[in-house]
Design a protein. Structure first.
Length: 218
């Protein structure tokens, strides 16, 4: 089984399991919020192929500052914006990229994951999946905003998430309920975006094999 089918099937399997257990009203509320976000045009307004990737400097869980331009001096970079370690779909995605990391490294590419969470939550994600690529804290979504990815979690979802035991303000260190839509970029050594994937539907993610193909095409 390929990593691509593995990730896609895991995402679908989790969603199917959730839909089979969640109250219908909850399912409908979440579906409407996703539809509204899709119709907002956020994906069309996010950075696209051919744009220059905004440079940034963000801390990893140890406090070490990681700068995009410094990484690009060593080759292309895969940027993966995810919602948080509380998100099961994000966990499946990040784990799949860890599994594909040797293939990215063989192509001279580096993988970096970014979320709006505080460093402690980033550390949890890193330790949970024994990640060997940087997990950076974009507190306040400053970088995600530069990439056109930020939205405010719909008010109808905020109490639902709390009911799931997800305390986004505690994870992110503010009560804005701002999150990035999941997105993956391939940035070449000149800082140009050569592959862009963003989706208002958080249950769908860029397949590692597709991203690997984009890196190979550089």
């Amino acid at each position: 089984m390929t990593t691509q089918s593995s990730l896609a099937s895991q995402l679908k399997d989790f969603q199917t399991g959730f839909l089979g257990q969640a109250p219908q009203e909850t399912v409908e509320t979440m579906a409407k919020a996703t539809s509204d976000l899709e119709q907002s045009g956020i994906v069309n307004n996010s950075l696209q192929v051919g744009a220059q990737a905004p440079d940034f400097e963000l801390p990893d869980p140890t406090g070490k500052q990681i700068k995009l331009s410094a990484l690009l001096a060593n080759g292309p970079v895969v940027l993966n914006f995810y919602r948080g370690e509380w998100c099961p779909y994000c966990n499946l995605e990040i784990r799949a990229y860890q599994q594909s990391l040797p293939e990215f490294q063989q192509l001279g590419a580096q993988v970096v994951a970014i979320s709006p969470e505080l460093p402690d939550s980033s550390l949890t994600m890193q330790e949970k999946h024994a990640l060997s690529f940087p997990v950076l804290s974009d507190v306040g979504n400053r970088v995600a905003r530069d990439y056109g990815l930020v939205f405010t979690l719909d008010a109808s979802l905020q109490p639902l998430y709390k009911g799931f035991g997800i305390d986004i303000p505690a994870h992110n260190g503010d009560d804005s309920y701002e999150l990035p839509v999941p997105a993956t970029y391939v940035v070449d050594s000149m800082g140009t975006i050569r592959y862009a994937y963003a989706n208002a539907d958080y249950t769908l993610r860029a397949e590692p094999t597709e991203v690997l193909a984009a890196v190979k095409a550089l």
